[in-house]
Design a protein around this ligand. Structure first.
Ligand SMILES: *[C@@H]1O[C@H](CO)[C@@H](O)[C@H](O)[C@H]1NC(C)=O
Ligand SMILES: *[C@@H]1O[C@H](CO)[C@@H](O)[C@H](O)[C@H]1NC(C)=O
Ligand SMILES: *[C@@H]1O[C@H](CO)[C@@H](O)[C@H](O)[C@H]1NC(C)=O
Ligand SMILES: *[C@@H]1O[C@H](CO)[C@@H](O)[C@H](O)[C@H]1NC(C)=O
Length: 239
């Protein structure tokens, strides 16, 4: 009797420990300039803040939530005067599979992307962003060179991402619940525009389709420009 209770307790404990504690915290690439949280993306005003340097950041909680922030420059050697840049934010839930893989499931309506291609568009393009991810495996270690706690994430094909270092623990994150349900219109506030429904933001792949059809829908690009103007303070180009 006593041993079966003990067995039940330990089984319960094992089930509760689905989320690895070694991942908990905010991790950032070497520059430590791009970090998750409200300093990167402000969901109330639909606004990105440009970090001082490019980089990526992931945060994990002890109860299965994650958030990610990407700020990347896209090199354009054929036209160096036309640098492209991208800021992406999403959050959701993650789980560690029995085989060690991490499965990341974003809240699809919440992710956002700001894409800048100054030679193709007059304004940066603001869209929804939804990309689920799978990491084949990960390791947490102490970097022998700088003595920092280091996270290596390996992509689905086994190739390593750039190393991430522990920047903050507990993690710095926005609320982990759904921020922008599809049916919600823009909340009030002097700077927001009541005309724009978030559900009308297209997904990012639509933008790239638009680009390949050579601005066929230039009217909607202009519309995004208007939206950015209305929400105020949003960068147009970040180079
Ligand atoms: C681990 O499991 C996940 C889902 O269960 C699967 O998608 C993934 O391919 C597996 N990884 C390896 C390395 O077998
Ligand atoms: C988000 O992406 C996932 C897979 O990547 C897809 O199954 C899902 O339908 C997408 N959701 C929306 C709202 O686009
Ligand atoms: C490395 O960090 C640990 C704790 O974070 C500290 O105790 C140790 O002294 C450090 N070692 C070096 C060589 O700085
Ligand atoms: C990274 O930045 C955060 C926030 O500014 C700071 O608290 C932390 O100490 C930094 N970490 C490293 C390793 O420089």
């Amino acid at each position: 009797m006593v041993s079966s209770i003990a067995l039940l307790l330990s089984a319960g404990l094992a089930a509760a420990q689905t989320f690895p504690v070694d991942l908990v915290g905010t991790w950032s690439s070497k520059s430590n300039a791009t970090l998750t949280g409200s300093g990167f993306y402000d969901p109330v005003n639909e606004k990105f803040t440009e970090p001082s340097l490019t980089g990526i950041s992931y945060s994990f909680t002890s109860d299965g939530h994650y958030e990610e922030a990407y700020y990347r420059a896209i090199a354009n050697p054929s036209s160096p005067e036309c640098p492209q840049g991208i800021m992406q934010w999403q959050h959701g839930s993650f789980s560690k599979q029995a085989n060690g893989s991490l499965v990341m499931t974003p809240i699809a309506v919440d992710g956002r992307q700001l894409y800048s291609d100054p030679c193709a568009y007059k304004t940066a393009i603001y869209t929804r962003y939804n990309a689920s991810e799978m990491f084949d495996r990960y390791t947490v270690s102490t970097d022998s060179y700088n003595n920092k706690t280091r996270l290596d994430l390996y992509q689905f094909d086994g190739s390593p991402m750039m190393p991430l270092y522990l920047a903050m623990s507990p993690p710095e994150m926005l609320p982990t619940s759904t921020l922008n349900p599809l049916t919600t219109s823009t909340p009030g506030g002097a700077k927001s525009t009541s005309k724009v429904k978030r559900s009308e933001l297209p997904l990012n792949h639509n933008v790239f389709e638009k680009r390949t059809v050579q601005m066929q829908r230039a009217d909607s690009v202009w519309w995004f420009g208007m939206f950015l103007t209305a929400s105020g303070g949003v960068l147009y180009y970040f180079f």
